[in-house]
Write a protein that binds this ligand. Structure first.
Ligand code: FAD
Length: 476
């Protein structure tokens, strides 16, 4: 069969792949988007960001109801209908995935359903339901993403041992759930199940949870876990697992002491591995690093001149918005522009309760790199808005260059921190100073004021908190 000719083929329709396909089509390229899954949208839309946030929202209403008693509002014990909850969550996914398909159609992006496999540096074979088809392309953008790591010793073929993919299906509310991994996926899904009533034991091999974040920002989340989970065990290594009746027997070593316990279900959240197997990369010049991620330069170019890689499969921060940004860089480079993925501010958000978000430099990073910074913090206990919705457990913090007064990093922990961090991204990305932030009038009463007041803390005269300023700074 004659191969179909195209300018660009994009393999994988996640937030990296569909963003690349749409942008390239908008810029006038003929694009074919190849996706192995029945639904477009990738992990993020179907098995990641969207379903997890939908479940976190839905279950948050349970904790809101429980916590409103001291405000004089009580509810009867809520009933959770898992079938309806699942149907609502799946409805959100279907709507969004259908939207992506519609947007592809409107742009003239051809969507091919099937697995892509490189025959060589300019040919992709696609295994479709109608049989094999071939694409001859000028450039390919590989956006095949990643999957949850499941060490062999734990892969019992028993659905009670879950990765995030199965956990998001909430088949049941297990009475006892072991969560392995104190990163953001373990913490977010642990929060969902804890709110639904599971007794969570969270184990982490390292000596802290959410270690990428500064400890002062992670503290409220650690406190949440200590209060709402049955136990958080650090420095714990999980060994063998086996099926015992309807439970899973787990062997572990907690700070050197061996333990054996039974759980109704286990959630493995120990990281993600790139989807590089069986896509024919060996038939191209593409190379991979020691962890299996595709090697790229700052232009998203692989070692094969015709092939680009973006998103999770290219390593680095594994987040949807990083994939989408890399998509833009790859397409612009193909178009002959001088774009690079250099010094791009990628915010991180952990949608726990409270939420945790940061962008730019962290305090730990500044220390490690020897960067001189001044830290200005505004505690939410001093925010009128935070008190009106009974969540004073937040903190807004700015990392400022004392010489130039530029904002180098922003960290926020508190309810809705994920929405608030966008202002921080704008501040760091555009290189504004603390003075700019202090002089920008923020609406009252809103949580956004905590960013303005943190900038005022830097100058030593915030309105709603008091600081003894050590270094004099000119007033804004
Ligand atoms: P993916 O989204 O993984 O998409 C890759 C696509 O390629 C898939 O659809 C796959 O079917 C397809 N594919 C694979 N191989 C082939 C092939 N050979 N041929 C054709 N198609 C193929 N990120 C955030 O930014 N915010 C969040 O809140 C967030 N929450 C998350 C929660 C969970 C539980 C998980 C697991 C992840 C979460 N992430 C979040 C991470 C985010 O989902 C990923 O970073 C993002 O999906 C990566 O996008 P991508 O385009 O690189 O690949």
């Amino acid at each position: 069969m004659e191969p179909t000719k195209t300018d660009i083929v994009v393999i994988g329709a996640g937030p990296g792949g569909y963003a690349a396909a749409f942008y390239a089509a908008d810029l006038g390229k003929k694009v074919i988007l190849v996706e192995a899954d029945k639904k477009l949208g990738g992990v993020c839309l179907n098995r990641g960001c969207i379903p997890s946030k939908a479940l976190l929202y839905a279950t948050h209403t349970l904790s809101m109801a429980k916590e409103s008693e001291h405000r004089g509002i009580t509810f009867q014990t809520p009933n959770v209908d898992l079938t309806k909850l699942r149907a609502w969550k799946d409805g959100v996914i279907t709507k969004l995935s259908g939207g992506v398909a519609q947007l592809a159609k409107m742009r003239g992006v051809e969507v091919w359903a099937g697995r892509g496999y490189f025959e060589d540096s300019n040919t992709l074979r696609v295994e479709t339901e109608e049989g094999q088809k071939f694409i001859n392309f000028e450039q390919a953008i590989v956006a095949v993403g990643s999957k949850a790591a499941l060490p062999k010793a734990w892969d019992l073929g028993n659905p009670r041992v879950m990765t995030s993919r199965e956990a998001l299906e909430i088949e049941e509310i297990p009475e006892n759930l072991l969560v392995i991994g104190g990163g953001y996926i373990g913490m977010e899904l642990g929060t969902v199940y804890a709110t639904l009533g599971s007794k969570i034991v969270l184990v982490e091999a390292l000596d802290g949870i959410l270690l990428g974040a500064d400890p002062d920002l992670a503290r409220p989340i650690v406190n949440y876990a200590k209060k709402h989970f049955k136990e958080v065990r650090l420095k714990t290594k999980v060994g063998k697992m086996s099926t015992v009746g309807k439970q899973i027997k787990v062997e572990m070593e907690v700070e050197g002491q061996k333990k054996e316990e039974l759980y109704d279900r286990v959630l493995v959240a120990v990281g993600r591995v790139p989807n590089c197997e069986n896509i024919g990369l060996e038939n191209t010049k593409v190379t991979r690093d020691e962890r299996g991620f595709i090697k790229i330069n700052e232009k998203q170019q692989t070692d094969d001149p015709a092939i680009y890689a973006i998103g999770d499969v290219a390593g680095g921060v594994m987040l949807a918005h990083k994939a989408s940004r890399e998509a833009r860089v790859a397409v612009e480079v193909i178009m002959g522009e001088s774009s690079t993925f250099t010094d791009v501010v990628i915010p991180a958000v952990i949608f726990t309760d409270p939420e945790l978000a940061w962008c730019g430099l962290t305090e730990a990073e500044a220390k490690q790199k020897g960067i001189n910074i001044e830290v200005a913090k505004f505690p939410w206990a001093a925010s009128g808005r935070a008190l009106t919705f009974d969540r004073p457990d937040g903190l807004t913090k700015l990392l400022i260059d004392p010489e130039t007064e530029r904002i180098l990093g922003v960290g926020i922990v508190g309810s809705g921190a994920g929405e608030l961090i966008a202002e921080g991204v704008l501040a760091v990305e555009t290189g504004i100073t603390a003075k700019d932030l202090a002089l920008s009038v923020h609406p009252h009463p809103t949580l956004s004021e905590t960013l303005m007041e943190a900038a005022e803390v830097f100058y030593g005269h915030p309105t709603h908190t008091f600081v003894k300023k050590k270094t004099p700074h000119p007033a804004p």
